[in-house]
Design a protein around this ligand. Structure first.
Ligand code: FES
Length: 164
């Protein structure tokens, strides 16, 4: 009488010892876990130590010189933000129009001859210095140039982080 064929005869793969199969399964889990944890750790390190690109100085056109009358001023919306232009004794000055108190946008007040922040009554003179209200610091001043009747303002900007 013949003996019945066991699993080993029907399926050679079933002959692999449970110890070897368990080792391979554990190895796959360890490798997958290491890859997953490594990716997570890399993202966490990016969060802790972000790559911040350095600031760059860009020159932006700010319209015709004639647009600012003698002794006048204006706040312009440029691609780099709001810029205040003020004329004083033939010299053109450029400032950030962001109030140094809480960040509202200042405007040129013709009657007061100052840059005025309507949020809390901050006032800045033609040099960007605080002359009234709560702002703690003068306005940030930017280099300005006039070439062939056009005004150019040089502003520091930080390029956006790509792939963040
Ligand atoms: S934000 Fe300008 S005075 Fe407060």
């Amino acid at each position: 009488m013949e003996e019945p064929l066991g699993d080993a005869a029907a399926n050679p793969a079933a002959d692999a010892s449970p110890g070897r199969r368990g080792f391979v399964a554990n190895l796959v889990m360890v490798v997958a876990g290491a890859l997953g944890f490594g990716g997570l750790a890399a993202r966490f390190l990016q969060y802790l130590y972000p790559v911040v690109p350095p600031e760059q100085v860009v020159e932006v056109p700010a319209g015709a010189r004639d647009a600012i009358s003698a002794g006048g001023g204006a706040v312009l919306t440029l691609p780099v933000g709001k810029i205040a232009l003020v004329e004083s004794k033939g010299e053109l000055r450029a400032f950030s129009a962001v109030c140094t108190h809480l960040g509202c946008i200042v405007r040129w007040e013709v009657g007061m001859e100052h840059l005025y922040c309507a949020c809390h009554g901050g006032m800045f003179d033609r040099d960007g210095q605080v002359v009234g209200g709560p702002p703690p610091r003068p306005l940030a001043r930017y280099p300005v140039e006039v070439r062939e009747g056009q005004v150019y303002v040089k502003v520091k900007v930080r390029p956006p982080v790509v792939g963040a």
